[in-house]
Design a protein around this ligand. Structure first.
Ligand code: G6P
Length: 493
């Protein structure tokens, strides 16, 4: 167990993410539920608790009044969480506005419309972003003790490293980006590029999913600062930062959670039911957050192309597409939903018949982990057409849930997802912008022989089971400890 140099207490890791892993909700009768989020970061970080005490700081997902805040804070603390409360206007301007309407599109290579700069109201949104980052920093400081490690997550909180370093010069600070870091040519269009990059350079360690994102970040540093930059570090001491280590630490999943889930009698029963329901048809599965960078319209159009190219497949396959609602207050997401509904309607109108039924089963909803595992298991093909994606863990989850089948399913994976760099050789890689290419990949996947399927699956499963979520978290923290101790050596010389 790791103990601090100042006392005998265990060192803490303060995990700081925009969202808490618990969703407090009050029903019409005034009863509270605190649904624990599953998957994602939550399972990644479970292993950390063995070594460190951990506190998770984040926004509880809604605006609460003072009485409600006490209830939420009490319950959150029982779960090792510390809520960071934000008022509705800040949620609108910081979360819906700057984070999800300025940074998120830009980091996924979507520029503002060609006839506009980042629109004027973004200046107010930038102020709100700064304010929210200050509020998060204050929350960190209220639980921080000397020698703790602060692990900041994602694009929402990029100003925290500087604010925190100014308040606690010796603080151990790591930041991990869950999205792509765009090419410097894209990043440097951001009016606030300087403040953001300089703030990040106040951390000890910056982590990215894949080497390309790290490289893009370093190119931005070269273009926007006059600091000394090497292949994996930036000397930011002249601007009050540190010698910052940059590392590639790809995230993973906990395959065991899925494999154990698949053994549950209720999941087995669900699998049987799905087999019966889709008997005689191949299931092509799409699971995405309803987000424009997931390329759902491109997927639907490619599937439409496939049916046009191979009308004989119309009664032999079905596309099951789950689109989990997301960021509903951002207009772009509302537009996307309308567009997707229209496309589903068009394809169904064109390819449905009384005899064969509908070719697309589309759901605007989320699913329980058990139902999801069953669906992953029965799917013959998983179709991932992200236009840009930090990693894409759906591809990993699909591979995990195919394990143990006599004839495993085939993963079709966009080359623009970070996962293409790890699972590329275990999948059919596609350029989702090339509809005909994706349509052909669907055909290829459906027709693939069992030997080739097994070879692809074995490759992908080996990767997924070796590069787990727990390993990701441990590696990041180990790099952080090394980055911080290297720094101590430099300063004591
Ligand atoms: C992406 C981001 C995460 C975010 C998630 C869900 O994966 O990298 O930071 O939590 O989307 O989005 P939401 O806006 O609902 O938190």
């Amino acid at each position: 167990q790791l103990q601090t140099k100042h006392s005998h207490r265990r060192q803490k890791v303060l995990v700081v993410a925009n969202r808490l892993p618990t969703k407090p909700k009050r029903d019409a009768d005034g009863n509270w539920t605190f649904e624990r989020c599953s998957g994602g970061l939550v399972s990644c970080l479970a292993g950390i608790r063995a070594k460190f005490d951990m506190v998770w700081l984040g926004w509880p997902g809604a605006d609460f009044n003072d009485v409600e805040k006490d209830i939420v804070a009490n319950e959150a603390m029982k779960q090792g969480c510390y809520p960071v409360f934000l008022r509705q206007n800040l949620i609108d301007e910081y979360y819906n506005g700057f984070a999800n309407n300025v940074l998120w599109p830009l980091f996924h290579y979507i520029m503002p419309p060609f006839d506009k700069g980042v629109n004027e109201c973004s200046t107010g949104q930038w102020e709100a972003y700064r304010k929210a980052n200050e509020i998060f920093t204050e929350a960190i400081l209220s639980v921080y003790e000397d020698d703790d490690y602060v692990w900041i997550h994602d694009y929402h909180l990029m100003l925290v490293p500087k604010f925190l370093r100014e308040a606690k010069p010796d603080c151990n600070i790591g930041w991990f980006l869950h999205t792509p870091f765009p090419s410097a040519e894209i990043y440097r269009t951001l009016p606030w590029r300087q403040e953001i990059i300089e703030s990040l350079l106040h951390a000890n360690l910056l982590g990215f999913h894949v080497y390309d994102y790290l490289r893009h970040f370093l190119s931005s540093c070269v273009q926007l600062t006059s600091l000394e930059i090497s292949a994996h570090s930036v000397d930011a001491t002249s601007i009050g930062g540190c010698i910052v280590t940059c590392a590639t630490v790809p995230i993973g999943i906990s395959p065991d959670e899925f494999l154990t889930g698949l053994q549950k009698p209720e999941v087995k029963q669900q699998i049987e039911q799905l087999h019966e329901q889709y008997a005689g048809r191949k299931v092509i599965l799409g699971i995405d957050r309803l987000d424009y960078m997931k390329g759902i319209p491109h997927k639907l159009m490619s599937f439409g192309r496939f049916l046009e190219n191979h009308p004989d497949w119309a009664d032999k396959c079905v596309l099951v597409q789950l689109a989990v609602p997301s960021r509903r207050d951002v207009p772009e997401y509302q537009r996307l939903q309308r567009q997707v509904h229209e496309l589903v309607g068009q394809i169904s109108g064109k390819h449905s018949s009384i005899a064969t039924g509908v070719p697309v089963i589309y759901m605007d909803s989320s699913m329980s982990p058990d139902d999801l595992s069953a669906l992953y298991n029965v799917a013959d093909v998983a179709l991932i057409t992200s236009l840009r994606d930090g990693m894409n863990l759906v591809s990993y989850e699909y591979i995990a849930c195919q394990h143990g089948k006599t004839v495993p399913g085939v993963l079709i994976l966009s080359e623009f997802a970070g996962a293409a760099q790890s699972l590329g050789a275990g999948s059919i890689r596609v350029n989702p912008w090339h509809l005909q290419d994706t349509a052909h990949a669907i055909y290829e996947a459906l027709m693939m022989g069992s030997e080739e399927r097994e070879a692809l699956h074995d490759y992908a499963f080996k990767y997924v089971s070796e590069h787990t979520a727990q390993k990701w978290a441990e590696t990041f923290l180990q790099c952080l400890q090394e980055a911080c101790s290297d720094l101590m050596e430099v300063t004591s010389q």
